[in-house]
Design a binder for this molecule. Structure first.
Ligand SMILES: [Fe+2]
Ligand SMILES: [Fe+2]
Length: 156
């Protein structure tokens, strides 16, 4: 491989940090929901957590492949603890929007730096985050429209 591009390593590390943060948030939420018996929503969150972990893994593999170093990094943690499903959905929408913005910017940066291998990895991740966001926005709309009835029949 050619000389390590520090800018690319920084881009990939920042996304890695956010992905591991998302794993933590979704895992925290899915175990709490499962404990309360909110099984359907817990299962969805668990799938998302696993998906984010696979993103983090792919990013770390790419960093190492590019001879970058994976340092112990500070991971994003939720500022407030959520207990209601509706609050979790809103928080996760914000997380996904942030991820999509970060990825779109980083994809452009990888392109400018001439690293299309990294760009392609980020494009795959981006499509997953768009799917996550879409699913969450649909749930949020249904909660607004149908309230607790929707939560009880579809998320528990
Ligand atoms: Fe992700
Ligand atoms: Fe996501």
């Amino acid at each position: 491989m050619r000389k390590t591009n520090k800018k690319i390593i920084k881009i990939l590390s920042d996304i890695y940090t956010a992905e591991v943060g998302a794993v933590g948030v979704y895992m925290d939420q899915h175990t709490k929901c499962a404990d309360k018996g909110y099984h359907k929503f817990a299962e969805m969150l668990k799938n998302d957590a696993v998906n984010e972990m696979k993103h983090a893994e792919g990013l770390m593999e790419r960093i190492l492949f590019l001879d970058g170093e994976v340092a112990y990094l500070k991971h994003m943690v939720p500022v407030t603890e959520q207990t209601e499903i509706s609050d979790m959905v809103k928080m996760n929408i914000d997380i996904e929007i942030d991820a999509i913005d970060r990825l779109n910017k980083s994809i452009s940066d990888c392109f400018s730096e001439g690293d299309n291998g990294s760009r392609l990895l980020l494009e795959d991740i981006l499509k997953d985050e768009e799917r996550h966001l879409d699913g969450l926005q649909i749930i949020n709309d249904h909660i607004k429209r149908f309230g607790d009835q929707y939560i009880v029949t579809h998320l528990i």
